[in-house]
Write a protein that binds this ligand. Sequence first.
Ligand code: 13P
Length: 332
Amino acid sequence: MTTTQKIAQQMTTFGKGILAADESIGTMSSRLEDAGVNPTAQNRRDYRELLVTAADLADGVSGIIFCDETLNQTFADGTPFPEACRARGILPGIKVDTGAKPCPGLPGETITEGLDGLAGRLADYARSGAAFAKWRAVFTITDNAPSRGSIVANANALARYAAACQEAGLVPIVEPEVLMAGAHGIGRCAEVTAAVHQTVREHLALLNVDLAGIVLKPNMVTEGEDNSHPATPEEVAAATVEVLRSWPGDLAGVAFLSGGQPAERATANLAAMQSHDTPWPLTFSFGRALVSPALAAWHGEEDRVGDGQAALSAHVAANAAAVRMRGQLQSV
Ligand code: 13P
């Protein structure tokens, strides 16, 4: 087994998920402001330390994704974040894309950037202790989007990133996200997600990316957020697994993003997935569905750190319990 295959297996180990705490400085700052917290580098650091030091986090989380700022910060006691994570049995990861930017030639669509100088940055991140990386491509559904051009351009960038990660000994989280924005039905989301995945697979193959050494981070297949007929967890699970079935069995694992779904809905959908027999684990790599309740409970107040951690622990435990239902269903 290669190094990246081993890490990918650790990341998708049974009963655990991955915590996405890699909001960019801009996004994290506005979330802090919304919660009434001053958006300083110190407060962003304090918040991430609160997350990592939540009691028993490693029971439900195999890895945490950070942004560049956090990876280079230290705990209050001076321990670098990657070292502090590893000491707790949690793999540190790093978001390496530089964001979704307007795509030249395709008005209204985006291309995720960050390939320039990537090999050098990956080598630096590996030296800093990162075990894996993340790159997010974004697709918005409209009547005539995403276009073939945006799917191909983003799939190619994802594949170049993934190949570069594996050469640097880091596991790439490959995240093609079809956004929930819109009033479309679940069928349209399924169609778009399937088309995106097929092109991503083709480009990964063209660059000889080893699927056993990646973690796929897709959206769940749902109706658009402005659609007034919400699909049930069983419908979401069936539609999502049907799209995923095109991935070969050697893919290391699937870890879903939450995409702005309410935390409880994301957990219920994840639980419903587990009744489907798939060759790869289906787990979580949630951001908002795990950290929003923690941020609201903390509120930037020193004497409420415990409340923030309790909120995070409760949501991690609920999602870990959801993915462990797979074992219960199989052992019945
Ligand atoms: P959400 O779960 O909030 O969608 O975030 C996951 C993520 O990593 C987005 O890139």
